[in-house]
Design a protein around this ligand. Structure first.
Ligand code: ADP
Ligand code: MG
Length: 511
């Protein structure tokens, strides 16, 4: 194995500590990076991954411990220092100068660059490197004109232009489409093939399995272990990451579905630009079932959801909640009739960012007991109910007076779901509920959805994530250009079949 041979070690950290205001972000961390490998750094949010990377890249200085670079002890005083030694990092928040061109950004901080910048030479270098590593980008474009994926390529090109031997990529796939992610993995493998080392930070097991040679897992600032990727089962990695056995719940065959709790008939809804976005959709959701709607984003999902909950006017057709026509009812009316909604943007539409977690949990329920008695609000209920729900739904990171927007994505989503579930809805409309969540939070959210279903709620799950859809849905529909183009029981669904339908190919098995 690569690590048994010290000659091939590129970087070694021994017993490294780093604390922020008394909180240990890295606690006695040990990490060994070999030459020519893609080494994944896996851990939940807050595990200490970015801190470890920032120490390697010279941004932070460790409080204690030792760092060796190609066998020699080193201290990097700054990122510039680290880069001069060959260690470079692409941060989660890019550090490009947005009104300069790609070529100019390449030159920034380069020791050979004088006052005069040779644009032509730089552009040529950017193009050549881009071609070689599969990182295409227009060298004359200004950064602000580029997509996030392209900006990330510029960050990587910058490191390659400086001939970095160790490239640290902090959660690079978080901002990429699946296709861009696959292209990046190819680039990573290519760089490793040349003898460079790549540190790939992620909390996604499938990505780690796909691209890395070895994995180091961090939990609560500590290294839990390092293993060869091929020897690691995903469920073992998940256990190392969260510290307990973790079965991502999937539904078991449903009981008898109940009556129709959400009835949508021939619904037509327009987009913001006034174009037809939902074009004659009919769906019945029964109590006690999860109906999944798969589709590529932008095929009418947003307009469908907003039309159902009353946030957007509908042109034609009807919406019924528990048998009652609510087509022209207000949002509030629909909530009171039992329609819960968990939107895609947690802070935009769902929660009040400046209020505390307790206040947000009470936001929809404060007019009823235990929050109010008669016309009076019961102050203690906010605290007691808040504490109970925070415990019950495993919402972490809450501190007195802390605005909810400072919680992590997973905890925001748990709070949002808790608030809706507490109202005991008849219908729950969910948009991509586990998007961007780590495995621990995903488990909590999936369990919540399934226990709501088992309680008898009818769930309509609109998502772009096929894993999520297959794990939770009893039935699957596919939306394409505002129409339902296919329907099947989940047992009969496959990624291939769904993918074809999502791309607009009508189902061959249907006539
Ligand atoms: N600059 C900082 N100031 C204060 N606390 C920080 C800072 N950076 C990280 N932390 C804390 O250190 C812990 C680890 O954070 P981080 O390394 O960013 O984790 P990860 O990248 O795995 O999500 C977290 O509790 C985080 O709040
Ligand atoms: Mg991080």
């Amino acid at each position: 194995m690569a690590t048994s041979n010290n000659g091939s070690l590129a970087v070694e950290l021994r017993n490294v500590d780093k604390a922020f205001y008394g909180v240990k972000a890295n606690d006695n961390v040990t990490f060994e990076l070999a030459r020519g490998e893609v080494h994944a750094l896996l851990g939940e949010n807050g595990a200490g991954k970015s801190t470890l990377c920032s120490i390697l890249a010279g941004l932070y200085r460790p409080d204690a411990g030792e760092m060796r670079f190609e066998g020699e002890p080193v201290t990097f005083k700054s990122p510039k220092d680290a880069l001069a030694a060959g260690v470079g990092m692409v941060y989660q928040h890019f550090r490009l100068v947005s009104n300069l061109t790609v070529a100019e950004n390449l030159a920034l901080g380069h020791p050979d660059m004088g006052i005069r910048i040779d644009q032509k030479k730089l552009s040529r270098a950017a193009t050549e490197l881009g071609d070689k590593y599969g990182l295409p980008v227009d060298p004359t474009a200004r950064i602000w004109q580029l997509s996030v994926g392209e900006q990330q390529r510029v960050e990587i090109l910058k490191l390659l232009y400086r001939n970095a031997k160790i490239l640290i990529l902090d959660e690079p796939t978080a901002v990429l489409t699946p296709q861009e992610g696959q292209a990046l993995f190819k680039t990573m493998r290519q760089m490793a093939g040349e003898g460079r080392s790549v540190i790939f930070v992620s909390h996604k097991l499938d990505e780690v399995k796909q691209v890395s040679d070895r994995v180091t897992v961090l939990r609560n600032g500590k290294t839990v272990g390092g293993v060869a990727t091929e020897d690691a089962e995903p469920k073992d990695l998940a256990r190392m990451m969260v510290g307990r056995d973790l079965e991502l719940p999937t539904r078991d065959a449903s009981g008898e579905p109940g009556r129709v709790v959400l009835g949508i008939h021939d619904l037509h809804v327009k987009s913001d630009r006034g174009l037809p976005a939902v074009q004659g959709i009919s769906i019945d959701v029964h109590g006690g079932e999860v109906v999944g709607i798969a589709g590529v984003s932008g095929n009418g999902q947003r307009e469908l959801a907003q039309g159902i909950v009353g946030l957007r006017p509908t042109d034609k057709g009807t919406v019924e909640i528990d048998g009652e026509d609510v087509t022209s009812a207000s949002v509030l009316d629909r909530i009171q009739k039992g329609c819960a909604y968990v939107p895609q943007s947690r802070l935009g539409m769902g929660l009040a960012p400046g209020l505390t977690t307790e206040e947000n949990l009470a936001l929809k329920a404060f007019r009823r007991p235990p929050y109010s008695r008669g016309r009076a609000l019961v102050a203690s209920a906010f605290k007691d109910e808040g504490a109970r729900q925070i415990e019950q739904y495993d919402i972490r990171g809450v501190r007195p007076g802390l605005p909810i927007r400072l919680l992590s994505g997973g905890n925001l989503q748990k709070a949002l779901l808790a608030r809706e579930v507490e109202l005991e809805p008849k219908v729950m409309l969910l948009r991509s509920p586990t998007r961007g969540l780590d495995v621990g939070a995903t488990e909590v959210v999936r369990n919540l959805v399934l226990s709501e279903r088992d309680r008898g709620t009818g769930v309509l799950l609109i998502s772009e994530d096929l894993d999520e859809l297959m794990a939770l849905s009893d039935r699957l529909l596919v939306i394409y250009e505002g129409e339902i183009v296919g329907e099947m029981p989940t047992e009969e669904a496959s990624a291939e079949r769904l993918g074809l339908l999502m791309a607009g190919q009508r189902d061959g098995s249907e006539t």
